[in-house]
Design a binder for this molecule. Structure first.
Ligand code: PTJ
Length: 258
């Protein structure tokens, strides 16, 4: 199914990414529930003004600094991520020397293989988490996501889990791992329990993180200081304030029209 919406359409970008997630669903990359998750993300993005806010850029900078200083960073790939931004995911992994591991909530061998192909087509050279490699477990997780690759998430110090369900983030934190997430819903359990929460749309966050990685690698900034000075609770509070102020501005605009 080709995408035929003209670029002049006022909601072009939103429709384009809807199409990507739909395509992902048709090719087994995204789960059916991934479509629902995407819609929820869209609703929060609307409330956030569909822009990268300062608090998102700050979290993205801390996240990239963490991936660059990590001893064994891993980017965990699910169906939504692989449908929406496979190339940017692979590029960020290369820049930060993070491993790519497929890890699914709605597990099936078919979906793992479809995501493997999407990442390979996007240029990935090494991909962890194939069905035969899931020989280790994260004990605190009581669903499919407990099965991990012993060379990847099991031994990671920093794990990047974009667009994630809540249980696993909490379990990873309990297992002494530091967790970075991208989640447009600042109230989700993942957003609340991660060490670095990027409240932004993944389609903006990843390209911006790639740019940040290039800049940080060129600069002589102290990356550990960036991480030390980062306060995730403040970032979450700022994101809620942003939603609040956007709503107040919108309601004022509407009432001023009367
Ligand atoms: O591919 P699988 O089987 O691993 O399943 C993936 C999904 C996303 C279906 C699964 O992890 C899930 O059910 O996740 P949740 O609990 O719906 O959480 C996903 C979170 O991502 C929600 O809080 C959404 O608001 C958020 N989200 C959705 N789309 C975006 C997003 N955040 C940032 N950018 C988006 N484009």
């Amino acid at each position: 199914m080709s995408f035929s919406v003209p670029k002049s359409h006022p909601r072009y970008e939103s429709l384009y990414y809807r199409h990507k997630i739909e395509e992902g669903f048709r090719s087994d990359v995204a789960a059916a529930a991934g479509l629902i998750a995407h819609g929820r993300g869209e609703a929060f993005d609307y409330l956030l003004g569909e822009k990268s806010s300062d608090f998102a850029i700050e979290a993205q900078t801390a996240a990239v600094a963490a991936l660059l200083v990590a001893e064994s960073p891993v980017i965990s790939v699910n169906g939504n991520l692989a449908s929406l931004v496979p190339e940017a995911t692979v590029e960020l992994a290369e820049l930060t020397k993070a491993k790519l591991e497929i890890n699914l909530f709605y597990y099936s061998d078919n979906r793992v293989n479809a995501i493997y192909k999407a990442l390979e087509d996007a240029g990935a050279k090494q991909i962890y988490g194939l069905p035969e490699d899931l020989t280790a477990t994260i004990p605190e997780i009581d669903h499919n996501r407990r099965k991990v690759d012993p060379r990847g998430i099991l031994i990671a110090d920093w794990v990047f889990v974009p667009l994630e369900d809540g249980d696993r983030t909490q379990a990873l934190v309990k297992n002494n791992k530091k967790v970075i997430t991208v989640d447009l819903n600042p109230l989700s359990r993942t957003a609340q329990s991660a060490n670095v929460t990027i409240v932004n749309n993944i389609v903006r966050a990843l390209p911006e993180m790639i740019e940040i990685a290039h800049n940080l690698k060129k600069s002589n900034q102290d990356l550990r200081k960036i991480i030390e000075n980062y306060n995730n609770k403040q970032i979450l509070a700022q994101s809620l304030n942003k939603i609040n102020s956007n709503l107040q501005d919108l309601s004022k605009t509407i009432s001023d029209k009367n």
